[in-house]
Structure formats: structure tokens, C-alpha cells
Design a protein around this ligand. Structure first.
Ligand code: ADP
Ligand code: ASP
Ligand code: MG
Length: 404
């Protein structure tokens, strides 16, 4: 008898029909002789609507209360899903994150799972139930409800699969697998049969929202095989797995864009040792993650430093940067929100050369200016003008032969 974790995302449970159709899939796995744990998201755009409700009331809602509010979306779905399975004639029970014992730290709205207790789930599975768990939520040590960041149901599912030693984790979503690029932006993107943990982790972190990055960290650490597939048809999806030697033959597996970053430039910094440390110490003290950094040595002993931060942290980062400017006697600080990060990812980059150059030439041919560049062993990212993002993605997708 196998143990499977199945996760259904927002679109897949958006209305009564879709919940019923997901319930049939779940029951089929149950009838195949598996023990089934199901993780569900909030229906459709419910989480967005709840966020909007909060901001209609307050410009600065307390993050504890936001979590209390946002977690209700998933609670609706678990009960409806259990009812849908009951009406098909099978046993099911819904459980909240707290009832399952999903313990997190206390970082409201982006909490990290610290432990999961298996007791309650084991009891219910042994009772013959299909267990329906609310994704995206947990509780901290003081029993406050927490949420795991947007897209967090993926992480609930993979973490449960890891903890319960499931045979695999199925992610049912509104696309039938992982593509070489977001199929909404690149119509001729190709579905991948398989992709490595490292590649999807990079793609997801760089903007491909098909999986929450943290879920892949869990999957990689605990070796959880993941199958990303469609909730609307039975076609075989994409397997996220460990690396096999032949997978390095493919140089670039995917491309993605992200518009989640903003760029800050501090100009006219007196060029002397310790300045970068000064700047980034203050930014880090505000818990802001800096991604790319470049420094230009200008004329007359003055330097400029440019770096990117998540857009949501821009306000705080700018206030901090303005204080830094005064402290280190720099000239000024400016922000630019109209940027996009364009990236290509592939483990084959480790053994093939000339990849970055090919990307830059492709952008040059399209007359797209590159503002910043960063590379790692398996990715190249460029910051470009936000308005050029989609055009650039199409161009590099073609250049690397990723299309169907
Ligand atoms: P769910 O609600 O099921 O969690 P998401 O909206 O979070 O679904 O993720 C699925 C979406 O991810 C797709 O509709 C697609 O537009 C987007 N996406 C971005 N990049 C990719 C990619 N490389 N392959 C497949 N889907 C992608
Ligand atoms: N409902 C949450 C969100 O919309 C979590 C999820 O869907 O994974 O972000
Ligand atoms: Mg998602």
C-alpha cells in the first residue's frame, strides 16, 4: 500500500465543480489502494481578496491578524473537499494546520515550518480516512496562526510528504507540468519531462511561480519525488527529481522573468575601505535581502553602488539608504521600480561555455539594454527595463532553442 500526498492549487478548487472533480481524482487514488493525504489551497483568488479586505481597513495591518485572516481561505476549502468526498461515498476528514501539528516559527506572513507531528494524521489514516489538510498555515509556539508566504501550500504538501515518508507528492495545478518558460507568456514553451531540484529551485526563486521555492528546498533535502501535473486532464506532467548524468546534456532547461525587485543606486560614495560593509550592514539589519550588487568607480575618488531588493521592501530600504547617505557622506540615493530580472537556468551550464555571451547577444540583437548581470554555476540573470521583459523572454527562449 502506497502513501501519496496530493496538492490542489487555487484554480483547481475554484468552484463547486472543480472541487468535485478534484474529489474524484482523490477517490481514484484511494481506490487504487493508496493511503492519501490531500493538501488544498484557498479557492481561486480568495487569498488576494482577503489581502485586499485587510488593506481596505488598514494601511498597515498587523501581521498576526493578517495570518488569522488569510488562513481562513484554506479552511473553507478543506471542509468543502471533505464534503465532496463524502458525497462520493468515501471517508474523509478535514484538518487545519494547527490540528495536524504543523509548527512554525513566529515570522508572520512568511513563517518557516519547524516541525510536523504525525500522530493525528496517522490515527486518521489508520481509521481509513482520506486526510484533507489546509495548506499554507501552521501555528507558532504560542499557538498563534501563521502562514508560510504566498504559494505556501506547495511547501505544506512537500513537507508533509517528507515527514510522512510518502512515496511521492503530486502537485495538481492549472498547467500540465513545468515548461521551459511560463506558457502564459511564451505560447510555444515546451513541457519538460523532468527537471532537477536545483533547476526548479533556481527557476522558482527567479520568478517561475509554478512552485514555491521553499517547497523545493524540502524536496531536495528529504529526496521527495514530485510530480507536477494538471488537475484538468490526465496527461503525464513533469517529474522533479535528483540529477542524472545525462541531464547535464541539456544546457538551458528554462527561462523566466521576475518583476519583484527594485533597484537602488547610491551615488557619490567617497571611495575608501569599509563603505560596502557600512551600506550592507545597515540594510541587512532591517532583514532585507539584497540580491544583485554592482559598484562603479567614478571620477575624483567617488563610487556608485547599485543593488536590488524585493519591491515590497523598497520603502524601508530607501529610508535606510537615505540615512546611510548622510552617515557616509555620499551624494544621493535613487530608486528604480521599473526593472525586471530575466534569467536562464540549466545544470548543463556547468560543463558548457559561452552561454552568458549567447544571452547577451540575443538581448543586443533586440536592442535591449542590460543594467546588471549576475551568474551562478547554473544560471545567468540580467536586470533590464521592465517594459522589455516579455520581449526579452521570447527572444532568449528562441535563442536557446527551448521552443516546441
Ligand atoms: P496553483 O494555484 O495551482 O498553486 P500557481 O498559479 O501558483 O498555481 O502556479 C501555476 C502557474 O505557474 C501557471 O498557471 C503558470 O502561468 C505559472 N508558471 C510560471 N512559470 C512556469 C513554468 N516554467 N512552467 C509552468 N508554469 C509556470
Ligand atoms: N492560498 C495561498 C496563496 O494564494 C497559498 C497557496 O495557494 O499556495 O498564496
Ligand atoms: Mg501556487
Amino acid at each position: 500500500m502506497g502513501l501519496i500526498v496530493q496538492k490542489f492549487g487555487g484554480t483547481s478548487v475554484a468552484d463547486a465543480e472543480r472541487i468535485k472533480s478534484a474529489a474524484s481524482k482523490i477517490v481514484k487514488s484511494h481506490l487504487d489502494g493508496n493511503r492519501v493525504i490531500v493538501v488544498v489551497s484557498a479557492r481561486g483568488k480568495t487569498t488576494d481578496e482577503l489581502v485586499n479586505m485587510a488593506y481596505a481597513i488598514s494601511d498597515n495591518p498587523a501581521s498576526r491578524e493578517l495570518d488569522m485572516l488569510l488562513s481562513t481561505g484554506e479552511q473553507i476549502t478543506i471542509s468543502l473537499m471533505a464534503m465532496a468526498i463524502h458525497s462520493l461515498g468515501y471517508p474523509a476528514i478535514s484538518l487545519t494546520g494547527s490540528q495536524v501539528g504543523i509548527r512554525t516559527d513566529s515570522t508572520h506572513t512568511k513563517a518557516r515550518i519547524v516541525s510536523i507531528s504525525t500522530e493525528k494524521i496517522d490515527v486518521e489514516l489508520n481509521n481509513g480516512n482520506i486526510v484533507i489538510v489546509a495548506g499554507f498555515q501552521g501555528i507558532d509556539v504560542e499557538s498563534n496562526i501563521t502562514t508560510l508566504g504566498r504559494g505556501g501550500s506547495d511547501t505544506t504538501a512537500v513537507a508533509l510528504a517528507a515527514k510522512m515518508k510518502a512515496d511521492f507528492c503530486e502537485i495538481y495545478t492549472d498547467v500540465d507540468g513545468i515548461y521551459t518558460a511560463d506558457p502564459r507568456l511564451v505560447p510555444d514553451a515546451k513541457k519538460l519531462k523532468q527537471i532537477t531540484y536545483d533547476e526548479i529551485l533556481e527557476l522558482a526563486s527567479l520568478g517561475a511561480q509554478v512552485m514555491q521555492p521553499r517547497s523545493i528546498e524540502f524536496a531536495k533535502k528529504y529526496d521527495v519525488p514530485i510530480h507536477v501535473r494538471s488537475s484538468f486532464n490526465n496527461s503525464s506532467g513533469t517529474l522533479i527529481c535528483k540529477e542524472a548524468p545525462e541531464m547535464e546534456d541539456i544546457v538551458v532547461s528554462g527561462a523566466t522573468i521576475s518583476k519583484n525587485d527594485a533597484k537602488i543606486t547610491i551615488r557619490g560614495i567617497p571611495d575608501k575601505p569599509g563603505q560596502a560593509a557600512n551600506i550592507f550592514h545597515e540594510i541587512a539589519a532591517k532583514n532585507i535581502n539584497v540580491d544583485m550588487i554592482i559598484q562603479n568607480i567614478g571620477a575624483m575618488g567617488l563610487a556608485d553602488v547599485t543593488f536590488t531588493v524585493p519591491k515590497e521592501d523598497l520603502k524601508v530600504a530607501m529610508l535606510t539608504a537615505e540615512e546611510i547617505v548622510k552617515k557616509i557622506e555620499a551624494k544621493e540615493v535613487v530608486a528604480d521600480k521599473k526593472i525586471a530580472k530575466l534569467s536562464i537556468v540549466g545544470i548543463g551550464m556547468r560543463i558548457h561555455s559561452g552561454i552568458a555571451e549567447k544571452m547577451f547577444s540575443s538581448l543586443a540583437n533586440e536592442k535591449i539594454n542590460i543594467q546588471m548581470i549576475s551568474t551562478s554555476e547554473i544560471k545567468v540573470s540580467c536586470i533590464i527595463d521592465e517594459n522589455m521583459a516579455e520581449k526579452a523572454l521570447l527572444a532568449i527562449h528562441k535563442t536557446f532553442g527551448l521552443a516546441n
